[in-house]
Design a protein around this ligand. Structure first.
Ligand SMILES: Nc1ncnc2c1ncn2[C@@H]1O[C@H](COP(=O)(O)OP(=O)(O)OP(=O)(O)O)[C@@H](O)[C@H]1O
Ligand SMILES: [Mg+2]
Length: 309
């Protein structure tokens, strides 16, 4: 049985600002299993929030397909998306986004009321999710009467109120100290165990990310297999640095050969130019100022050393 709760294919999102098209998601193929906790990492501006917004039906894709718990989001109109969000998705954001004039309990009740639940169901669900996040004793508190960690737990309770199939959390610990952050992630794990909800978690914190079942990395609008990418880059760098040190050794030998009159000037210059250009090829994608320094140091150290006739 296909147990995928999220499946995107060729998902793209391009924003238009003025006359300019800004491609932000450039072909995302993502598969998330039901009940999985997934961390999404990547540099600022790479498109994590945009992806979360599309997955959560807050924003529409430009092209490609997005299937969330069987719902083809790319085919839905605004009304259908609103219903989809209330039914399927719980959102948790970095800045708690609680309504400051409502109590903790009222904040949690809001999505239940919007979903048209009966009053008894609203009260029942509200107290059960606030209990699940350990805040049964703070139902009547206003957000300003709660600590940052407590406010974030209210936000989690609110996200869980409608018993969504997926919780999308965009840097939920970004504004918390490390201990409170760890507690929140523990809470996600407990909820995941108890309710089987799927969590997609954007984070810049590798410790938070590692608590997930799986980490995926984004860069510049695509998903990259960063682990493979890093290993490949490191291997290339090792090979390049070996190549470079070999060339430098050969250049030294060439200098000695020339200084001791083993080769004539023409051959010396030709070979030296060839080796330096090979050296430059290796360095071309690296730090050009470093190679400039290195070569000018080397050539200045030979300046004035006229070869004996
Ligand atoms: N509504 C919009 N119109 C135009 N450009 C946008 C819009 N929303 C986001 N962008 C651009 O899309 C890119 C990705 O933004 P996004 O918020 O998805 O990044 P992110 O990976 O979540 O970054 P961060 O880690 O800083 O939160 C950015 O360059 C941003 O400026
Ligand atoms: Mg973001």
């Amino acid at each position: 049985m296909n147990n995928l709760i999220i499946e995107t294919q060729g998902l793209t999102k391009t924003y238009r600002t003025g006359n300019l098209d800004v491609p932000v998601l450039k072909g995302i193929d993502l598969k998330v299993e039901r009940g999985e906790i997934l961390s999404l990492m990547g540099p600022s501006g790479c498109g994590k929030t945009t992806l979360m917004n599309v997955l959560g039906g807050l924003d529409c894709p430009t092209s490609g397909s997005v299937r969330v718990n069987g719902n083809p989001l790319e085919c839905m109109n605004d009304d259908e998306l609103t219903k989809f969000r209330l039914r399927e998705i719980g959102f948790v954001f970095q800045f708690f986004n609680l309504i400051p004039t409502l109590t903790a309990a009222e904040n949690v009740q809001l999505p239940l009321i919007l979903a048209g639940e009966e009053r008894w169901e609203v009260m029942d669900r509200c107290s059960s999710v606030l209990e699940q996040v350990g805040l049964s004793d703070k139902l009547g508190r206003m957000p300003y009467e709660l600590s940052g960690g407590e406010r974030q737990r209210v936000a989690v309770a609110r996200a869980l109120a409608n018993n969504p199939s997926i919780v999308l959390a965009d840097e939920p610990t970004g504004n918390l100290d490390s201990k409170t952050a760890a507690n929140l992630i523990d809470l996600f794990n407990v909820i995941n165990d108890e309710n089987g909800q799927t969590f997609v978690l954007v984070t810049h914190d590798s410790e938070v990310a590692e608590s997930a079942d799986r980490i995926i990395y984004m860069r510049d609008g695509i998903i990259v297999d960063e682990m493979k990418e890093v290993t490949r880059r490191q291997t290339m760098e090792i090979e390049d640095s070996r190549g470079k040190s070999q060339i430098l050794k050969t250049l030294d030998e060439l200098d000695s050969l020339y200084l001791y009159n083993q080769i004539n000037e023409e051959l010396y210059r030709r070979l030296k130019a060839e080796y330096i250009s090979h050296f430059c090829e290796i360095e071309i994608n690296m730090n050009m100022s470093e190679i400039g320094r290195e070569l000018s140091q080397r050539s200045s150290s030979y300046a004035g050393r006229a070869p004996s006739a």
